[in-house]
Design a protein around this ligand. Structure first.
Ligand code: NDP
Ligand code: X2W
Length: 334
């Protein structure tokens, strides 16, 4: 199947190129950014002698002539304009931005006015462990945010046994590539190096995304107290969920039962680390409790399970291929 990558000059776009080059079923026929007129090897010197394809200035009509499915690795708001046109032209879309992840009211409260309201209802949230069936019939996938991916995979199995009236805290630490390739004050080397701090505590836009999916999937209204931190590393993410159990239950058994059949969730007997998932689509999860105090610990690669490899898993499912076809499993260790 022929596919397009729009936003290929960015961090997640490059990861998409790297995965799709080796994919047994997908064939990259179109690569674009905002300007075009370059070869992908000039854009990313790491791809020299690996792939030879011109980079176009993104144009939905041109995509529809050469591809059946498009990955949008674009900023929020920009994505919805391309998605709308591509869907009308009959091209399937996997959108890595937040544009189709939330209900309209929540989206407009935390992002901006929506310019493609009619397609929101058609989108499927691309967390394969929980939306696998819906993804099979979907033409528009809203790939989850990186923090929600790691947080929801950790939290959801326990929502039936957590006391939702008590506080739930999520501490989430991410590598700087989560901020994209653009230079920002907090991603300057001098600031980031040997440093660590939280940002947007209790106000981050991923907090409503986690709350909305917990409500939809588990029918639980709860307050998620979400605090992200920036780590001085390029990629990786570690989430720690702290909650209170209703009763002293066997939390390891609950976790095992939830992900027994999941190809890309690994249950760990010891606390998780960044490096074991970096370079892969795995989400590693560890759980323990102290009487009724619950600790769930998960780790993903923000650029892969948090974005590009999860996007390709979603595309595999949408197109009737095996979920794990062409998906990276070997971590960058040491
Ligand atoms: N980084 C991460 O870990 C994660 C990112 N995401 C989401 O994925 C999306 C991409 O993120 P990321 O790769 O980090 O972002 P980057 O900032 O690294 O890249 C953005 C890309 O979008 C392109 N672009 C911007 N405007 C246009 C336009 N008008 N037409 C065509 N191309 C355009 C840029 O092209 P140009 O070079 O020409 O400007 C660039 O290729 C975002 O929505 C982000 O929120 C989701 C989960 C994790
Ligand atoms: C370090 C950093 O800035 N990270 C980003 C997470 C980006 C992401 O994964 O999510 P979206 O697709 O929703 O943008 C942030 O905190 O906004």
């Amino acid at each position: 199947m022929n596919v397009a990558i729009i936003g290929a000059s960015g961090y997640t776009g490059l990861e998409l190129v790297k995965i799709l080059i080796n994919h047994p079923k997908f064939n990259i026929t179109y690569i674009a950014n905002s300007t075009g007129e370059q070869n992908v090897q000039d854009l990313h010197p790491c791809l020299k002698d690996v792939i030879d394809i011109e980079v176009s200035k993104a144009d939905a009509k041109e995509v529809s002539k050469v591809a059946d499915l498009a990955f949008l690795a674009l900023p929020h708001k920009t994505s919805m304009f391309f998605a709308k046109e591509l869907l009308e032209l009959g091209v399937k879309v996997v959108d890595l931005s937040a544009d189709y992840r939330l209900d309209l009211e929540t989206y407009e409260k935390h992002y901006c006015p929506h310019e493609d309201k009619e397609h929101i209802k058609d989108s499927v949230y691309g967390l394969p462990e929980y939306y696998g069936e819906e993804l099979k019939a979907s033409n528009l996938v809203a790939n989850p945010g990186c923090f929600p991916t790691a947080a929801l995979l950790a939290l959801l199995p326990f929502m039936d046994v957590i006391d939702a009236d008590a506080q739930i805290f999520i501490d989430a630490k991410t590598g700087m590539s989560g901020a994209g390739k653009g230079l920002k004050e907090i991603t300057h080397f001098g600031h980031l190096n040997e440093n660590c701090h939280s940002y947007n505590p209790f106000k981050h836009r991923h907090m409503p995304e986690i709350e909305e999916k917990v409500k939809l999937l588990k029918d639980v209204d709860c307050q998620i107290n979400f605090v992200p931190y920036l780590l001085p590393v390029t990629r990786g993410m570690i989430v720690s969920v702290f909650a209170t159990l209703k009763e002293e239950v066997d939390v390891k058994e609950i976790l095992n039962n939830a992900y027994n059949d999941s190809e890309f969730v690994r249950i760990r007997e010891t606390p998780v680390d960044l490096k074991s998932t970096a370079g892969t689509n795995y989400c590693d999860i560890f759980v323990d409790r102290n009487k009724k105090a619950l600790f769930i610990n998960s780790s993903i690669d923000n650029l892969l399970r948090g974005a590009s490899s999860q996007a390709v898993v979603n595309a595999n499912i949408m197109c009737g291929f095996e979920e794990g076809e062409g998906i990276p499993k070997i971590a960058y260790v040491p």
